[in-house]
Design a protein around this ligand. Sequence first.
Ligand SMILES: Nc1ncnc2c1ncn2[C@@H]1O[C@H](COP(=O)(O)OP(=O)(O)OP(=O)(O)O)[C@@H](O)[C@H]1O
Ligand SMILES: CCCCCCCCCCCCC/C=C/[C@@H](O)[C@H](CO)NC(=O)CCCCC
Ligand SMILES: [Ca+2]
Length: 573
Amino acid sequence: MDKQPRLLSSKLFQKHRQVEVVLSRSVLYWKEIEKSRKRSSCTSRESETAHSHAVQVCEIVAVHKSEEDDQGDTKRGRLKKAKQQSQLYPHTFTVSYVRRTRQHQWRCSDVSFHCASQALCQQWIQVINEQLSLLTNRPKRLLVYINPYGGKQQGKRIYEQKVAPLFRRACISADVIVTECANHARDHLKTEANLDKYDGVVCVGGDGMFSEIVHGLVTRTQTDHGVDQSRADAELVPCSLRIGIIPAGSTDCICFGTVGTNDPVTSALHIIVGDSQPMDVCSVHHGDVFLRYSVSLLGYGFYGDVLTDSERKRWLGPARYDLSGVKTFLSHNYYEGTVSYLPTADGLGNPRDKVQCRSGCHICQHKHSSKDKQWEMSEEEEKSDKDRWSTIHGKFIAINAASMSCACPRSPKGLSPSAHLADGTTDLILVRKCSRLDFFRHLLRHTNKDDQFDHSFVEVHRVRTFRFQPFQKQLVSREDPSEPPKKKGFSPMCSGQTTCNYSKAHSSWSCDGEILKHAAIQVSGYDVNMVKIEIPDKHHLTRSNHKEKLAVSSNISQLLAGNSYSCYSGTTL
Ligand SMILES: Nc1ncnc2c1ncn2[C@@H]1O[C@H](COP(=O)(O)OP(=O)(O)OP(=O)(O)O)[C@@H](O)[C@H]1O
Ligand SMILES: CCCCCCCCCCCCC/C=C/[C@@H](O)[C@H](CO)NC(=O)CCCCC
Ligand SMILES: [Ca+2]
């Protein structure tokens, strides 16, 4: 039992057993009275022995008076003792709470308590509700966009059957818009939506739909603050609304990479309890032309070609990626070009350090807490940045920039297993020209425990910003890579003759599942906290890996000390 003062404590009945129920500010706890002297009890975040249970208040979904009194009496009436008890304790309230199941999945469970008087029952409901109302990070009004055509075209059904009932139970009101065409949600958010009415936006769909919402919200925020997003060096203003994702797409890597599973109920519960996780957003420019924002994968070569081919097979649903994947693999194309990048300073880990980004990740927290100090660059440091740029010219099968792990059911550890969600960097993976068999070995390692970077033809760098210039015979760039690309260097690519002659030598960039129309890009503006999604990785900080966390971060260990329930309080909530 936690050491906090009791707000309420009563002897009630639960499943015909008398229990002592205690509410403190952070925990709802109940234990069987008769047997408690014989057996020892156990507490944990949401723990359960044969006779004692504890649920964190922040994981209570709702409490309500139960209508089941009469029905319960009929069932219980079979047993004489039970009947007597139900007569003595006729008033029931039910607490709905989060229960963790296998593989990061959450479910909503109910526990009912029977009280002797209506007044006591009301008091319990009122006091629990008072505690819930103190949890200010919980959303009350949401704007929901459903893509009815994403993934297996189940978005509407998933929302209506699995999510809406939970939102109703948690007294969340939701305005629902089923999109009618691509970019409907983006344009509605950009110009029409009255965002003051809402605590968050929910996206029912896949990564492409999430990207629409990000574009709508980020653009709206920049417009409202007079920021010109066509400038690559513009300092973007973070969005104040959080975005929740209900997975209903084909890859769903943003949901999978943050929650650890693609499960609509789990996501709905994370949204209800008000969890949040900041995410890096980078901007992609072609010269002075803003192309798109990206949060997951920017992929040129293999993934760009898979995506281009798969768009023609949308009718196949998620299976289109398998078919196009095999076809692209067999084509075994490679592309020549120049990649320039600015590596991160020490202290942000490296892509092969085997540190996985979790809720309360010390690297992302370090980035947050020290943002105004070490990370704010002085003029000299900015100048010395110029010298730190690296340039690689080569023939590549794939150039991938993973701003997060990009874990998904196809690749549970992702393209870059140690990439961080909110550290302000991306992992730049260069796969050079190699044999088909070697490339197959590399791909296969995305699906097992082997290190996909442990090949002579693969290199990976953690970078703050990068540029790519595809090879063009008469346009081999001799520019200083640290200078912004000059417009004239790009323009011939997009005009007539040059494009036609060399277009076959180019791939396309896949940007979070959307094809970019330019091959020459510069990627910058990685910043934490641009967008907050409503589903963090809390589950990863369960007791089983506490030791590891305590060993690496004294900050987290302080947060853990003294309260056995606050094992996830290191997160940015
Ligand atoms: N009503 C609609 N009709 C057609 N397309 C739509 C509609 N609403 C949204 N879209 C577009 O559908 C595209 C794909 O959507 P979504 O991301 O939900 O599914 P997916 O591509 O199957 O999944 P993933 O992106 O995870 O691979 C998005 O780019 C979005 O712009
Ligand atoms: C021999 C077996 C080899 C198997 C290899 C599996 C490797 C899978 C890695 C998957 C990486 C997914 C990265 C996510 C990218 C998303 O931004 C994007 C939008 O949803 N999805 C795709 O581009 C769709 C990408 C689809 C890739 C197949
Ligand atoms: Ca990152």
